[in-house]
Ligand binder design. Structure first.
Ligand SMILES: Nc1ncnc2c1ncn2[C@@H]1O[C@H](COP(=O)(O)OP(=O)(O)OP(=O)(O)O)[C@@H](O)[C@H]1O
Ligand SMILES: [Mg+2]
Length: 264
């Protein structure tokens, strides 16, 4: 049984079918990338998985639990975590305080109402372990809002993985990053996989170098439909995928680059 199994998922916005009978599976421990041109329906699919948007049809199971009728916080309890692109960090609190809140909130719906407890050695140890996993030990006492963009993204990832999810949803984790920060994020995701081999990641990313370095499996969405699925090498060699991306050449960020040595 796949960890995440999506079958015939449908989402309509008026006359537009943004998710058109999408079926895909994410296996345990897999890094599965979702790519496709602008407007293909990638974010919509992530919102359907997280429960931010209700589906119009289809099924969605995580580790055997049907999610389709569950509220977002119930999906979190079922093992789903999502990075919210920095909006979930508390900018006025330190890195340590942010991580302590995330650790304290484990198993609960929200950590908005908590007071930071910095007197419990077990909580402190868990928060420190999270800081280590995203390489923010050196930023422990820094105020989160003053961190560089890349470090804030790392903190956001740390908050998402605090509850040890089975599946982590990452929607464009490299967006707005320069090459140095992007390669740090790639290294971070590789390290997450090494330290949590059972956690699967569904990664949406326009940075094709990052996708080809990280993904075990790639699904290409076009106009809400699955166009192709396979390894990085299979996707790069697929004439249908090339045709879609060649049509997008003017948009700069959507071209499929040459395969890197060893990327597949
Ligand atoms: N809330 C909404 N109401 C109406 N239409 C929407 C809504 N959200 C998305 N859409 C439309 O659904 C389609 C898919 O959008 P979506 O944001 O999922 O694409 P995407 O693949 O994430 O694109 P990008 O790469 O630009 O982030 C687009 O045509 C978009 O305009
Ligand atoms: Mg999007």
């Amino acid at each position: 049984m796949s960890l995440l199994s999506i079958q015939n998922l449908v989402k309509r916005f008026g006359a537009l079918t943004a998710t058109d009978h999408v079926s895909l599976a994410v296996e345990r421990g897999q890094i599965h990338a979702l790519i496709g041109p602008n407007g293909a329906g990638k974010s919509t699919l992530v919102h359907l998985i997280s429960g931010l948007l209700p589906a119009d049809g289809g099924s969605l199971t995580l580790d055997g639990t049907e999610l389709i009728h569950l509220a977002p916080h119930q999906r979190v309890a079922a093992g789903l975590a999502r990075c919210f692109q920095i909006t979930s960090i508390f900018p006025q609190l330190t890195v340590a305080e942010n991580l302590l809140l995330a650790v304290q909130a484990q198993g609960r719906n929200s950590f908005r109402s908590f007071h930071v407890r910095d007197d419990d050695p077990a909580l402190l140890q868990q928060a420190w372990a999270l800081a280590q996993r995203v390489q923010l030990q050196g930023r422990w006492n820094d105020v989160a809002g003053t961190l560089p963009h890349g470090a804030q993204r790392k903190l956001d990832v740390a908050l998402a993985i605090a509850a040890q999810p089975k599946l982590l949803l990452l929607d464009e984790p490299m967006a707005g990053m320069g090459p140095v920060e992007s390669s740090e994020m790639v290294a971070l995701i590789q390290q997450l996989r090494a330290s949590s081999p059972d956690m699967a990641i569904l990664l949406i990313e326009h940075d094709m170098d990052a996708v080809f370095q990280l993904a075990d499996c790639i699904t290409v969405l076009v106009y809400g439909k699955v166009l192709a699925q396979g390894s990085a090498a299979q996707i790069q060699a697929d004439p249908r995928v090339q045709a879609v991306y060649l049509g997008q050449e003017d948009e700069g960020d959507a071209s499929i680059p040459e395969a890197q040595e060893g990327a597949a």
